[in-house]
Design a protein around this ligand. Structure first.
Ligand code: PLP
Length: 338
């Protein structure tokens, strides 16, 4: 039995999902004539109480499009030092949109409204213009942490008072919704644009959506085209997305439970210095000084269990749809044997 806990993106479509894909009605989406894609986009926009949603091949492209929609070259975006848009999108913010990022020193990838206020540049010609605040929920590098919704409301107020856009990288927002009992509509009310992913946690092979009202979204399809992201018979992918929305959201609670159980076992190990708080499906932990991370990864690999190092002495495990109860029992037993 091989166990892969490197990421929740390693899942393969289930039989149910593949059947749904095979039965999809399709058309040319560049002509906006793919009925299944049209259905998915309307469904996701409605879920969030927004006017439009647009499908993207990746979360990166959806985020990069959002940056482009909200900014002009030379502008500045306020985000956390752990933000995916800053760390893991290949410098796209500067390459695609010509913007810089003002990094906030948050906690587990989350910051406070007061920090945002302080980071806004004065309105003088020699400063770059602050035009956007970006939040990630759940935070990836922050260990799947969920934002306090009341802080988001405060940040919305700062954005309103200072004429700033507010974008949510909600690649794993589904996990946050399940963990917190908040609703997609509440998030729709707070943000100007939201990106969500279908290929993390929800088990789809491909797919993200950017969501917003018409005024901001009207140029999104043009930017998607410029980025090379307009596709043809995408209904096969939309069918996977519709299947995932129907079948794979509530079950994320199981991934969260397993992640917490892994955390309990890791905390018992003498070589583990700290396990970061676990709220959703990501477990980040650090080994004691003198312990070698690569050895730990190898010890698990010897038992056919894959995890990854994140650098800086941190290791990561992510639970997901294809991580079964049997695999979980095996991992727990292996950890107990260490
Ligand atoms: C928080 C977050 N945002 C965006 C992305 C980008 O998604 P993709 O890999 O589909 O480009 C990821 C990918 O892991 C992510 O974790």
């Amino acid at each position: 039995m091989n166990i892969d806990l490197r990421s929740d993106t390693i899942t393969k479509p289930s039989k149910g999902m593949l059947d749904a894909m095979m039965q999809a009605q399709v058309g040319d989406d560049v002509f906006r004539e793919d009925p299944t894609m049209n259905e998915l986009e309307v469904r996701v926009a409605t879920m969030f109480g927004k006017e439009q949603a647009l499908f993207f091949p990746s979360g990166t492209m959806a985020n990069q499009t959002a940056l482009k929609l909200h900014t002009n070259p030379g502008d500045q975006v306020i985000c956390d030092k752990y933000a995916h848009i800053y760390n893991y999108e290949s410098g796209g913010a500067s390459f695609n949109s010509g913007v810089s990022c003002k990094l906030l020193d948050g906690n587990q990838g989350m910051f406070k409204a007061a920090q945002v206020l302080e980071a806004i540049n004065p309105d003088a010609y020699y400063y770059s213009k602050t035009s956007l605040v970006e939040i990630e929920n759940t935070t990836n590098k922050g260990g799947g942490a969920c934002w306090d919704f009341s802080e988001i409301k405060k940040i919305r107020k700062v954005c309103d008072d200072n004429n700033l856009g507010l974008h949510l990288d909600g690649a794993r927002l589904w996990n946050a919704l399940v963990a917190s009992n908040e609703t997609a509509k509440q998030y729709g009310e707070m943000f100007d644009t939201i990106s969500v992913c279908l290929s993390k946690g929800l088990g789809c092979p491909i797919g993200s959506l950017l969501i917003g009202d018409e005024a901001i979204m009207k140029n999104a399809i043009r930017i998607r085209k410029i980025f090379g992201g307009n596709m043809r018979q995408v209904g096969y992918l939309a069918a996977a997305g519709l299947y995932a929305l129907d079948n794979n959201i509530e079950r994320l609670a199981e991934d969260h439970k397993k992640a917490k159980e892994i955390g309990v076992e890791l905390r018992k190990l003498s070589m583990v210095k700290i396990v970061e708080p676990i709220e959703t499906n990501i477990v980040i932990f650090e080994l004691n000084k003198g312990e070698n991370e690569n050895n730990f990864v190898q010890k698990l690999a010897d038992k056919n269990i894959k995890i990854i190092g994140m650098g800086g002495g941190k290791l990561r495990m992510v639970t997901h749809l294809d991580y079964t109860d049997t695999m979980h029992q095996k991992l727990i037993a292996v950890l107990r044997s260490f």
